[in-house]
Design a protein around this ligand. Sequence first.
Ligand SMILES: [Zn+2]
Length: 677
Amino acid sequence: MKTLLGVAAAAGAAFALGFASMSLADDPTPHFAPWGFDLAGRDTTVAPGADFYDYANGTYVKNLVIPPDRSRYGNFDALSALSEDRVHTILERAAHDPAARGDEAKIGDYYRAFMDEDRINALGAAPLAPFLPEIRAARTPAAIAQLMGKANATFFHTFIGSDVQVDAKDPTHYAVYLGQDGLGLPDRDYYLEPAFAAKKAKYQAYVAQMLTLANWPDAEAEAKAIVDIETQIAQASWTLAQDRDPTKTYNPMTPAELAAASPGFDWTAYLNAAGLGSATRVVVSENTALPKIAAIFAQTPIKDLQAWEAFGVVDSAAPFLSKPFVDAAFEFRNKTLSGQAEQRPRWKRAVSAVNRAMGEAVGQVYVAAYFPPEAKATMEALVANIRASLVARIQRVTWMTDATKQRALQKLAQLTVKIGYPSKWRDYSALRIDDDLIGDVNRAAAFEWRRRLNHLGQPVDRTEWGMTPQTVNAYYNPTQNEIVFPAAILQPPFFDPAADMAVNYGGIGGVIGHEMTHGFDDEGRHFDGTGALADWWTPADDAKFVVQTTRLGAQYSAVEPIAGTHIKGDQTMGENIADLGGLLLGLDAYHMSLAGKPAPVLDGLSGDQRVFLGWAQVWRGAIRPDALRQQLVSDPHSPETARVNQVVRNVDGWYAAWNIQPGDPLYIAPDQRVRIW
Ligand SMILES: [Zn+2]
């Protein structure tokens, strides 16, 4: 439900850590010389109006070698790598410090358990022992439904996903959400589109390989049955674009009504096993898919459902098992699906695992060591400027009636902002960590699910964060009407207090504007200022909004990043609207910050030109073809080249700043440019 920026997750003061804190004020040297933008990374043989992404980033991209253990690399990823290094330092220290106590000791223990490769290899498939017999013993549909109900708290897989989230129509309370699940490939397209036939065939071989490693009988035949089951589920499943409709995905009903509408699946057994047996109301997302998925369940032989569960457990547990499992999962999941050439070093995988299991315990140490308090105040001032720019834009739009404008302004006034880290840290004291890695992973999942279950019946806790502070990303959360910026994104290339402010307004200013615009994109606009899914639009305003977004969708759908594969304009609509709003707001806020004074010229570049370069630099990078293909079908974000070129060509100020003329390849006539906010 949250809308992210990019692709596609102990007691602070008590830790007297010796890390050198980054200081904002004392470091006058920008990260990117000479003034925050890497001029040498441009390709000045390319005209800005021909390909602005290449003009701004071309030499960097041409010389870039994607590290063998990555499927993409660029400025965004380099910052993620810095965060990874820092968490590595934190975990090494916690793992080897005999004085570590509480959560710091736990993250150290978890890390040590992951790094103990000798022990893990010696155990082989033994850590699967608690799970596979339970699957063999599940010989009835009700027993399989029970396994599926336990999916959130174990390694079991499920045809039906469950979650406890803020109720979209009553955002002061939580609700039980149920939806489609059950696919082992990144998206339904991988099962249904001819372009993915080779990947699907390799998936079937991978399923057979995993079942063989787990000593499951009839591996080859069961692999075929499993892929057939998932293909049926894929056919029944909604697309990512359909899932972006907050109204159509809100279908409240009683469990009895759900069971009547979707016969063939033991909903009572499932809900009881999930810990949701006392729920009197559930919100179903894909209400036309669930009856079909229940029917697929009913007609699948028990032995195939058992094999499907066995594969699911092994697939999920593989990264925490011995080398044959790790290698097999890497070969398929990373190499075949994403084109990644080499396995990531073990410590990097350990960092990801600890971040996933105990992210706020890590984050608390991270913030104490690496987040300068002054960054928060600077960020608050920037957010205020961007908000003022959006107020002015809403007041100026010509297509919207005054009544709807007032509601939009009211929603913007109610928007709340979180910067850096949570005011209240998560309490991990009930989570036990020891040297049994599979047990740790399982207990962490169960701990997290218990935490969510405990929300039911409680008032909504507005202090919670959906990302850890060490995550390089940001999000808008529509049911809280809030924008959230973790500490780790407040660094170059996004934010550099030593850099020229125009570059910062194009970078972090654009990011703030992006998240703020999500509140008014094709999805966020259906929520009001309190976070409730409650339409505040007149039909006439609604129709005019759709005219603009339809035009934007057509622009993106025309882009073909891989021969034969286009951007999905509907799937990426919200992110594309947010990118357009983000850049416009960054530019406006920069102008506002000049307070009537002329912008300085640096290296022959005007202030406005540097705002556009700052935006382009954020998205500078490269991606492997298989990863790009995966992004195009399974990610709501457009590829980075489009996040630059398709955005700037709708911005009037870009034409003025770079003297773009009719005949330039990116040129769009003024009356055809998309103007939403
Ligand atoms: Zn976004």
